[in-house]
Write a protein that binds this ligand. Structure first.
Ligand code: LLP
Length: 466
């Protein structure tokens, strides 16, 4: 597959730009609304990665996912740096690729020295073809197919055993070399986030019940094909609190002690992901440094208290690693004023490219790409183009008067947008471009309407008679 790297028309160097977001935290992009390279050019237009956003919209069409490589790299480096400075042992951050799985993102993350968490054959293939070394990949899933497990074993990645069926199926594959296994269990920790993205409480479909851990470890002592290399737990996503992560460290250290006492030389403790990001001004997530420090110190202390040799510390950031590098561009279309009620401004995408508002009532921040600083004298509801009343991207958005054709930029869409996109209403998925130093490259081509018909089959007997 080839790609074209093009200098964006009207590319800008950082020197031409005024900073856009006041008080930006350069060291922790998850605390910002916009990519770290965001600026305003002399014409007052929004620029990301040296590219004028409205030019990208004209060149590549809308909706368009824009990914800022510098923000992505900076975030990966922030995780590495924090782990190196706060954890006394070795450590590795694994990118939870469910947040946004693509060859280009994998390649960037791999080149920054991170590992990766995959949950399906598709994510595994993307990881391997994107250049992630198999020894840095872990394979998750609460209902892995036999074929997926076979692929994981062939590739030599670490398998996260989630349930008894995983163990039975792995055994049935009769692996010829020991399979590195990580055991996932539900730690019984509650945290404050949306119900759908909470996973650590006991009533969860993921992982072994903690009461079963001993039996699982006992069983695995008899399995010559298995090498229990790690333990895993994950408490949820978009979490702003730090205390649940401290509590998790203690629960995991107890499990580590148990496993080692039972003769399993477990080396890895994987605390999952979950650090939140800023979607709207009022969000105030901890920094990457504060999160890693909390986790690292808590794990180190919990292990010391139990007299345990320090494990390698693994974590699995998804959202906090990619969300802020992403901006989605839309074109404004129709407008409907309902006097005394509201004004709908419709854009050319919606719940098919960003299902988060309709699924989790998530909030976002948006501006006009060419007039981000103009007086926001209008209040509009930003509607998508799908045949569903709930297809609303943003409610009561303060915006300067906008007209058809204006380009709208929605921030912090790098995580769980492209990866959760659908073809509802047979709408093709958007293209994605990666921007860097005034250059833009397509990293995911725009789907075409014909692509959507590729898997349809019209039986002979149903064909219209000429
Ligand atoms: N590790 C495991 C085992 C996970 O299940 C997840 C997320 C992560 C790591 C990464 O968590 P993060 O750092 O991104 O919070 N679609 C939802 C989020 C679902 C998260 C699922 N698991 C959303 O759009 O908010």
């Amino acid at each position: 597959m080839t790609s074209t790297r093009e200098a964006a028309p009207a590319a800008h160097s950082a020197a031409d730009l005024r900073p856009y977001e006041a008080g930006r935290d350069a060291a922790s992009p998850n605390r910002n609304l916009t990519p770290v390279t965001t600026g305003i050019d002399p014409e007052g237009r929004l620029v990301v990665g040296g590219c004028v956003l409205s030019d990208l919209a004209r060149r590549y069409g809308t909706p368009l996912y824009v990914l800022d490589e510098a923000t992505l790299r900076g975030t990966a480096q922030a995780y590495r740096k924090a782990l190196a400075s706060h954890y006394p042992g070795s450590a590795l951050a694994l990118y939870a690729s469910k947040a946004n799985s693509s060859l280009a993102i994998t390649a960037v993350v791999a080149s920054e020295g991170l590992g990766l968490d995959a949950v399906s054959a598709g994510e595994l293939l993307t990881a391997v073809q994107g250049g992630m070394p198999p020894e840095r990949i872990v394979f998750h899933g609460n209902n892995k197919s036999l074929e997926e497990l076979r692929l994981a074993v062939e590739l030599g990645v670490t398998v996260v055993a989630d349930n008894w069926l995983d163990l039975e199926q792995l055994a049935s594959l009769q692996p010829t070399h020991p399979v590195r296994l990580m055991l996932r269990f539900t730690p019984g920790i509650e945290c404050h986030t949306h119900e759908y993205i909470r996973t650590g409480h006991l009533d969860s479909k993921f992982g072994f019940d903690p009461d079963q851990l001993q039996a699982v470890l006992q069983h695995l002592s008899q399995c010559s094909w298995a090498q229990v290399s790690g333990l895993h737990a994950h408490i949820g996503s978009q979490i702003f609190e730090l205390q649940p992560h401290r509590d998790l460290a203690a629960v995991m250290a107890d499990a580590l002690k148990l496993a080692r006492e039972m003769g399993h030389p477990v080396s890895d403790l994987n605390v999952g992901g979950g650090l939140g990001i800023r979607y709207v001004e009022s969000d105030d997530p901890p920094s990457i440094d504060a999160w890693v420090r909390t986790v690292a110190e808590a794990v180190a202390v919990a292990c010391q208290e139990r007299g345990l040799e320090l494990p390698r510390l693994l974590c699995e950031p998804g959202r906090s690693l990619v969300a802020t590098s992403g901006v989605t561009l839309y074109s404004v279309g129709s407008r409907k004023d309902i006097p005394g009620i509201r004004t709908y401004l419709s854009v050319d995408g919606g719940m098919s490219d960003n299902p988060r508002p309709i699924t989790y009532q998530s909030q976002y921040t948006a501006v006009l790409a060419d007039r981000p600083e103009a007086e926001a004298s209008d209040s509009v509801t930003l509607a998508g183009k799908h045949c569903e009343s709930g297809d609303v991207l943003l409610k009561d958005l303060a915006l300067p008067p906008a007209t058809t054709g204006d380009v709208l930029a929605v921030f912090a869409t790098g995580a769980y947008n492209a990866s959760m996109a659908s073809n509802y209403n047979r709408i093709p998925r958007p293209a994605a471009v990666m921007v860097h130093d005034g250059m833009a490259e397509v990293v995911q081509r725009r789907e075409q309407p014909e692509d959507l018909l590729r898997y349809d089959v019209l039986p002979e007997r149903l064909r219209p008679v000429a």
